[in-house]
Ligand binder design. Structure first.
Ligand code: ATP
Ligand code: MG
Length: 173
């Protein structure tokens, strides 16, 4: 995966598979500590201790279609390549949070990529899931909360192409 946005797409898929109805994504730069931190928190079914212990192992998956599960291990590898690390906290019945830290200025730190398109794709593919995305990556801090957007839209669907385009552009300016 060439950028962090693609890892976000992939990690969020775990959350939707786990039945999450609310997914919070935070992406923050901390120049003082030379850190870029991504966290993805969901209210899905969570992981039992035994699964949590081995979740970052590429041979761990609860998929039935194949024997490898790459999402978490690839994100951990990306974090380590940029002198960072990955943490997972999870509680059965409560949810999961995955935090990846990267050394911001590290030459092997992947670029953030197209966050706007990633969010538009996630919202389009999961219209019943609510997303909160908060970013503070150099420019102005930005936040979207799909629950609030849906309330304001009333009759109009959040998957309306004009709305998705607006969301895409909001993050890419
Ligand atoms: N947010 C989550 N909530 C509950 N379980 C999770 C969550 N994220 C990961 N898991 C568990 O950890 C396993 C490993 O996740 P990982 O993303 O590495 O692989 P995968 O999703 O199984 O396969 P792939 O990502 O390659 O499609 C999953 O199969 C799932 O059982
Ligand atoms: Mg996965």
């Amino acid at each position: 995966m060439k950028d962090i946005s693609l890892h976000i797409l992939d990690i969020v898929e775990n959350s939707t598979q786990a039945g999450a109805t609310l997914i919070e994504i935070n992406l923050f730069e901390d120049t003082a500590h030379d850190l870029l931190t991504l966290s993805i928190r969901d209210n899905g079914k969570g992981m039992a201790k035994s699964l949590l212990k081995k979740a970052r192992d590429p041979f761990t998956t609860t998929r039935t279609t194949r024997r490898v599960g790459m999402g978490i291990s690839l994100l951990e590898q990306a974090a380590r390549e940029a002198h960072g690390n990955l943490k997972i906290t999870s509680k059965p019945g409560a949810g999961t949070e995955i935090t990846a830290a990267f050394r911001l200025s590290h030459i092997d730190r992947k670029p953030i990529g197209d966050l706007g398109s990633t969010m538009a794709t996630l919202i389009m593919g999961n219209p019943r899931v609510d997303f909160i995305l908060r970013t503070n990556t150099g420019g102005e801090p930005a936040e979207i909360n799909t629950r609030e957007i849906k309330a304001e839209l009333e009759e109009v669907s959040i998957t309306n192409p004009l709305i998705l385009n607006h969301i895409r552009e909001f993050f890419n300016q």
